[in-house]
Design a protein around this ligand. Structure first.
Ligand SMILES: [Fe+2]
Length: 262
């Protein structure tokens, strides 16, 4: 913090290096093909970076959808379950020039925060996280790929010479285990933590293992402040927020309050 919102919006600052004057992160709820609110939010608040919380489904390649803000902020994302609904959904996201900005399965330092990402959803055909990883049907993408290539998956479950497209947005135990060995300040997920009626304890465990003090998720199309809304106690090891479709959540908290007053 330290600069007023007026300074952040001052046109004189346009074109400067983002790290030179901007601050704060904005997490954007599932776009589902609608990027106008993302563009308007960036142009209004000029965050250092945005993180899109999955289900982007861009109608054009993502770098084309967001071309008007690419010189104003860093764009990062995780994928959601709907990002593998069609070849177009898949290619416009993973095949775009921003395809390497997927935080899934990695930790990147963005706007001064170490941010870990876990995109996608749990699918029982891969792993039901209510059960231990030893009972997962497929521990990793490699295991599913080997299965598909042996022809056991059936033609309907194969895509582009590998496993079914939808499993590019499935979560595998090996991915969660690998992330658990890392350290991060913030965890972004598409699925919700256990305090949500359709959430998962394994995400709480992942946040704690990472040392993350903040978890932000999409998918459920609800703005949720887990402590404010009585879903979590204030002594929870991490704060959690859900972000609605077309909505956004800003961080750090002081930056967030500034957004709310404008
Ligand atoms: Fe979703």
């Amino acid at each position: 913090m330290g600069k007023s919102s007026d300074e952040r919006r001052n046109p004189e600052h346009q074109g400067n290096s983002p790290s030179g004057y901007r601050e704060g992160l904005i997490f954007c709820g599932d776009p589902h093909g609608e990027f106008l609110s993302v563009v308007e939010t960036v142009k209004r608040f000029l965050p250092v970076a945005i993180v899109l919380l999955g289900d982007l489904q861009p109608r054009q390649p993502l770098h084309v959808e967001l071309s008007s803000i690419l010189d104003q902020t860093q764009v990062w994302f995780i994928h959601g379950n709907h990002d593998t609904d069609s070849d177009q959904d898949f290619d416009h996201l993973f095949g775009s020039k921003l395809g390497d900005r997927n935080l899934h399965g990695r930790v990147e330092t963005i706007a001064g925060y170490r941010i870990a990402g876990l995109g996608g959803v749990f699918r029982k055909k891969i792993w039901d996280p209510a059960h231990p990883t030893s009972r997962a049907r497929f521990i990793s993408r490699e295991a599913l790929l080997a299965h598909a290539r042996r022809g056991k998956a059936g033609a309907v479950d194969q895509w582009r010479g590998g496993y079914a497209r939808k499993h590019f947005s499935s979560i595998f135990p090996e991915e969660v285990e690998a992330l658990s060995s890392m350290q991060a300040d913030i965890l972004v997920t598409h699925e919700a933590p256990s305090a949500h009626p359709r959430g998962f304890q394994v995400l709480d465990d992942l946040a704690v293992a990472l040392g993350a003090k903040l978890l932000v998720h999409g998918h459920h199309h609800e703005d949720i402040d887990y402590v404010r809304d009585g879903l979590m106690g204030a002594s929870s090891p991490f704060a959690a927020f859900g972000v609605d479709m077309g909505s956004f959540f800003a961080w750090p908290p002081a930056f967030n309050r500034e957004q709310e007053t404008q």
